[in-house]
Design a binder for this molecule. Structure first.
Ligand SMILES: O=C(O)C1=C[C@@H](OP(=O)(O)O)[C@@H](O)[C@H](O)C1
Ligand SMILES: C=C(OP(=O)(O)O)C(=O)O
Length: 676
């Protein structure tokens, strides 16, 4: 998924409909590793496809696992089972684990206990995220594991002789007050060495994020590993333990990802009687601890119902009620409470969240800074955050939100788009959501509602071959906006007419208008589809171009296409390319460009294009055609080609494409309210 450098979200009002969430990160990466350690193949359904699972899968492939994907929902992983580990004397197997804590920590333990020569590294931030407590526990056992950079942090080298004896006769002690992932890592890795004897782990100090240990235990059980435990203090893996694939395993949708939609349902206005938002894939009986976010959301005012596989959320109490909550059990979803606090009456206090400081970024500092940018007042302590929302609508600010390469910062702060001041919101580097939820913004904007006039439209009109199409596509890509190639609609009407055996002449106006009104059209970034067929090339022939020009003269056809064109005005915004976008279709658009270039220049560009396609023609002929077409477009009765009164004229004769794009983006930026 290509993300722009920033995403501007217009002020949102409601949410409605249903959203199906991607798989749980925590379950996905645990299941992948357990399947890898098992004999035979495991069919995983509903696996999360994101940066964190991609690095895990890449690593497992390098370790020798086979991966097959019979369809989009199923992945079959062939495990390593009893196959021998690589020799510790050979070249290291280098594994890059991005910023995935659920890959780095468990793989470090699993490989140290398996034996072999490995180097584990990640992105720069991963090299600042602690792993010392886990490494110490492994070293205690006699594993040869060392730091390649700063002591206590990745990157790591593991050089372990699989045959060397380990000190397994006493309990392995591990601290759990920095991250529960260290204990999870040991729990998942140790069964490799529990064939002959039972193995115990003792947790030193207070364990944080306990519900993540419950996920680990639940999945170990699915893979046949039996344990004895004393609360969260001591865990004993029984002798004779062996990973046994369950065959097929369904991954629940991610409960942390659900928190953004639960919050949206609680915040967004919905008409009385409306059911609000349905969240599918995860339900009230989830094995993920973050499902307990619903208790906190309810305490703030959300109305939540549900069953085993889905949740239904709507606004209840309004404004929301501030809460004071120990969030240690829901470290990830608790960030969403910070965003909900923007809409609460009073000061919300989130405590026992020291682990926020060592995650994708220092989340306490980052959250305080960005909520402050929106107009809230925050007090950040070593392990707490207090949030007092903007006093009233007048105190909200149009903010440009930094995301610190932290997916949760981007997802949480997007909820500020529901602000009561009706201000748009800018999210910088929105692509960071790819860590756990690549399609997040599409999902949010797919269920969000706002008044059509709040959705910005940039109109790019101009004569034939002026470069409108290229400019519009580039501007849309840079802004993450939808694209309407209105000229293509006329071409599509002409093509559809030809397919139905209807000529483009005025006598057929009524039939042509009927065809136009129900065009089954879909655009994506580079292709055009008509009734599921890729017609990108078919509509570009000179013949269809001439017929398109003819049908575009017919008033009934033009009006049939108006509603279709208005339908393209969808969140977060639209770039509309055509001849009457600014004058007729979107007269209220906040930016209108009239793009021209001299006839000679346009003829030369078109000539170059045609030559590159192997079509021979002369510049003089093309110029004559262009001028004839201009005259026809400018003189037609209905919506003649002319600049809108408030359009900015842009002559691209002397400009490169990049310069033209930058000019338009510069004009657009100048009209945005975001403070820097
Ligand atoms: O085990 C897991 O899947 C996770 C444990 C938690 O980390 P900590 O135990 O470091 O709090 C959580 O924040 C992380 O996103 C996923
Ligand atoms: C802390 C997180 O990730 P990780 O699994 O990398 O620790 C998170 O997803 O919020």
């Amino acid at each position: 998924m290509d993300y722009p450098a920033f995403l501007d979200i217009p002020a949102l009002q409601g949410v409605a409909g249903r959203v199906r969430l991607p798989g749980s990160k925590s379950i996905s990466n645990r299941v992948l590793l357990l399947a890898a350690l098992s004999e035979g193949s495991t069919e995983i359904r509903g696996l999360l496809h994101s940066d964190d699972t991609r690095v895990m899968l890449d690593a497992l492939r390098r370790l020798g696992c086979t991966v097959q994907t019979p369809d989009a929902d199923r992945l079959c992983l062939g495990g390593l089972g009893a196959s021998p580990p690589p020799p510790h004397t050979g070249a290291p197997v280098k594994l890059f684990l991005g910023n995935a804590g659920t890959a780095m920590r468990p793989l470090a333990a699993a490989l140290a206990l398996r034996g072999g020569h490995y180097e584990l590294s990640g992105v720069a931030r991963m090299h600042e995220r602690p792993i010392g407590d886990l490494v110490q526990a492994l070293q205690q056992l006699g594993c040869a594991i060392e730091y390649l950079g700063t002591p206590g942090f990745p990157p790591l080298r593991i050089r372990q002789d699989a045959a060397a004896p380990l000190a397994l006769d006493r309990a392995i002690r591990v601290r759990g007050d920095v991250s529960s992932q260290f204990l999870t890592a040991l729990l998942m890795a140790l069964p490799q060495r529990a064939q002959q004897r039972e193995l115990s782990i003792e947790v030193v100090g207070e364990l944080i994020s306990k519900p993540y240990i419950d996920i680990t235990l639940a999945l170990l059980e699915r893979f046949g590993i039996a344990l004895r435990r004393d609360g969260y203090r001591r865990f004993t893996i029984l002798a004779g333990s062996r990973y046994h694939s369950p065959g097929v395993l369904q991954v629940e949708a991610d409960a942390s990802s659900a928190s953004y939609f639960i919050a949206a349902g609680a915040i967004a206005a919905s008409d009385t009687g409306q059911k609000g938002l349905k969240i599918e894939g995860v339900g009230l009986t989830s094995i993920q601890g973050d499902i307990r976010f619903i208790d906190a959301a309810r305490a703030m005012g959300a109305k939540i119902t549900g069953d085993a596989h889905s949740l239904q959320v709507r606004r209840g109490r309004w404004p929301l009620k501030a809460i004071s909550l120990d969030c240690n059990h829901i470290p990830d979803a608790a960030m969403t409470l910070a965003a909900m606090a923007l809409y609460a009456e009073g000061t919300t206090e989130l405590t026992n969240i020291a682990s926020w400081r060592v995650k994708e970024t220092d989340r306490i500092a980052a959250m305080a800074a960005e909520l402050g940018r929106l107009g809230a007042h925050c007090e950040a302590g070593e392990d707490y955050l207090r949030i007092t929302p903007p006093g009233d609508a007048a105190h909200w600010r149009a903010a440009s939100i930094r995301t610190y390469d932290d997916h949760r910062m981007a997802m949480c702060l997007s909820l500020a788009a529901f602000n009561p001041a009706g201000l748009p919101l800018r999210i910088l580097e929105p692509g960071c959501v790819a860590k756990t939820f690549p399609g997040y913004f599409d999902a949010l904007l797919g269920v969000a509602q706002t008044a059509a006039e709040r959705i910005p439209v940039i109109c790019i009109d101009g004569p034939t071959a002026s470069g409108k199409g290229t400019l519009a596509a580039a501007v849309a890509a840079r802004l993450g906006y939808h694209l309407l190639d209105s000229g293509a609609l006329y071409r599509l009407t002409a093509l559809s007419a030809a397919q139905h055996g209807v000529g483009p002449q005025a006598a057929n106006e009524a039939v042509l208008a009927e065809l136009a009104a129900s065009l089954p059209v879909r655009f994506d970034a580079t292709r055009v589809w008509l009734a599921g067929q890729d017609v990108s090339e078919a509509i570009r022939t000179e013949q269809i171009g001439m017929q398109a020009s003819q049908v575009s003269q017919l008033p009934l056809v033009r009006s049939a296409l108006v509603a279709l064109q208005h339908g393209f005005r969808r969140l977060p915004g639209l770039v509309a390319d055509g001849r009457d976008m600014g004058t007729v279709i979107f007269p209220q658009a906040p930016l209108k460009i009239y793009l021209t270039a001299s006839a000679q220049c346009r003829a030369e560009r078109r000539h170059k294009q045609l030559i590159s396609k192997g079509i021979s023609t002369t510049i003089a002929d093309l110029r004559a055609d262009l001028e004839a077409r201009d005259a026809r477009d400018m003189q037609r009765q209905s919506a003649p080609l002319k600049p809108a009164e408030d359009a900015l004229l842009l002559d691209s004769s002397e400009l490169t494409i990049d310069e033209t794009v930058d000019r338009v983006l510069g004009w657009w930026q100048a009209r945005q309210p975001f403070a820097h």
